[in-house]
Design a protein around this ligand. Structure first.
Ligand code: ADP
Ligand code: MG
Length: 477
């Protein structure tokens, strides 16, 4: 029986699925269509040039393996890049790209017809307004040049780069960049904006923190100028909304953002969003908004690995014209593994100390300074530490906190420990309860309330609490 392109590809997909993680499979393989099988040459259709490059760079060996198994040792893969830009005037177009035999694939320029630049007719826009110069609110220091690439940010960076080349014309719309604090989301989002401004001076780029957007909207409501607010945002060609987790539980703001989002997206405008967590973990967001976010690509940024941390430090040192011994750089990179922001902070404190003391920074000095620095960034105390501090103060054995005794002194120490754990750690009520012999969350709530009441009525107790709090604060600064 003659094999069809589709059946061969489906078999390949089975092999691939066993070899790549589910998220990658969904992102990079599900959108592929098998279009042609001619002898040993299978042609697959991908939605963008970037997509093709990404496959070749990261999945070439598994693709090759699957094809060999399904066809023959001489099997070859051809790509067809079909950009679905149905919202644009140009119809889909096709380029055929033969598989590279090695990993090294160089960018092939897209035909000029791909470059965006169309103007849309918008009944809302008051003539004359369109030419208004809108300040992008971008920080010129945040560029791709100053952004170090590593495994931790490769997908986000590459996708961001592709978007910057062809805003609105890739399948990454919106591009959602997510990850923890200080890992480089804002920097990357701004780099995209800056790059677009360089490449397309006529495009209106706007960077707006979600919080600012929210406040502007509230003002507009107060001033009866919601229409102006919407019109303003509809003028934007590239909208970068930073920290959209801020929209959580703000229904009206979400509505208006949804409205603006749709308008821009339909007009082929680019949206770039950042968030401190994955869209699927955003609570308090309307489903219709979340489903819009899924239209494009979500790419996460992780904590950089050791090598990337060294590269980041070196880049900053070079930019600031400073030199540090290699062992110092390694020491810092090794010990500061929380975020890029902390890495920068450590570097700054090293420099501050060395200029203060007029002393070269050697490993010994670095060790002293970094030890202090690490203390200040690990701001959170543990529940155990709190329990110990409280028990010491009241001369109670820490194990007693987990037992069932109703002795007054112990009940008091237990309740106070729970209260402090709630105030000084980010643990949930459930987790806190678990640290006290598996008590449930309502017991923790009750304890916190009891402590507050007691502080209001019992001056001596209040002073005890303050004493213990001082101790906790000292341990974290
Ligand atoms: P986030 O928005 O994720 O909280 P930022 O983008 O503000 O983080 O980054 C924090 C700091 O770290 C900034 O000064 C930024 O320039 C720097 N930074 C983050 N990632 C990188 C990187 N890959 N290369 C160079 N500097 C980086
Ligand atoms: Mg940020």
């Amino acid at each position: 029986m003659l094999k069809s392109a589709e059946s061969v590809w489906n078999e390949c997909l089975k092999i691939i699925q066993d070899n790549v993680n589910p998220q990658s499979f969904k992102t990079w393989f599900e959108p592929i269509k098998a279009v042609k099988l001619q002898g040993d040459v299978l042609t697959i259709q991908v939605p963008s040039q970037f997509f093709y490059e990404w496959l070749e760079e990261h999945y070439v060996s598994i693709l090759r393996k699957a094809l060999k198994r399904e066809l023959s040792n001489d099997a070859r893969l051809e790509y067809q890049v079909v950009v679905d830009n149905s919202s644009q005037k140009n119809g889909p177009f096709t380029v055929n790209i033969p598989t590279a035999t090695t990993n090294a694939v160089k960018t092939q320029e897209m035909p000029a017809s791909m470059v965006m630049g169309h103007q849309i007719k918008n009944p809302f826009i008051i003539p004359g307004l369109r030419k208004v110069n809108i300040d992008s609110q971008l920080n010129a220091a945040y560029t791709f040049d100053t952004y170090v690439e590593g495994d931790s940010n490769r997908l986000a960076r590459s996708a961001g780069y592709a978007v910057a080349q062809k805003p609105g014309a890739t399948s990454f719309n919106p591009l959602v960049i997510y990850g923890g604090v200080g890992l480089g989301k804002t920097h990357l989002a701004q780099a995209i904006g800056n790059q677009i401004k360089n490449l397309y001076p006529n495009k209106t780029v706007l960077f707006v923190p979600a919080e600012k957007f929210t406040n502007q909207f509230i003002d507009a409501l107060k001033n009866n100028s919601v229409n102006d607010f919407i019109h303003f945002y509809q003028l934007i060609d590239v909208l970068i909304a930073d920290d959209i987790q801020f929209f959580a539980n703000k229904d009206r703001t979400q509505d208006i953002f949804f409205h603006i989002f749709n308008h821009l997206h339909q007009s082929g405008k680019q949206l770039i969003l950042t968030s401190d967590r994955a869209p699927r973990d955003l609570e308090g967001m309307e489903e219709r908004l979340l489903s819009r976010f899924r239209w494009g690509l979500s790419a996460d940024i992780q904590v950089p690995d050791f090598e990337t941390r060294i590269a980041i430090l070196e880049k900053k040192m070079y930019a600031d014209g400073i030199e540090l011994p290699r062992d110092v750089v390694e020491f810092v990179a090794y010990n500061i593994s929380t975020s890029v922001r902390d890495l920068e902070g450590a570097l700054v404190s090293l420099l501050a100390q060395s200029s203060l003391n007029r002393k070269e920074i050697d490993l010994d000095l670095a060790k002293k300074i970094i030890k202090n620095f690490v203390k200040t960034i690990s701001r959170e105390v543990s529940i155990e530490f709190i329990q110990k501090a409280v028990c010491e103060f009241f001369s109670v054995q820490p194990e007693k906190l987990k037992e069932k005794t109703r002795k007054r002194a112990i009940v008091q120490a237990r309740q106070l420990s729970m209260y402090l754990a709630k105030s000084y750690t980010k643990n949930s009520l459930k987790v806190i309860g678990r640290h006290f012999g598996g008590r449930d969350h309502s017991t923790v709530i009750h304890s916190c309330q009891a402590v507050k009441d007691m502080m209001d009525t019992d001056k001596e107790f209040k002073e005890s609490v303050q004493e213990i709090e001082k101790k906790i604060q000292l341990s974290i600064t």
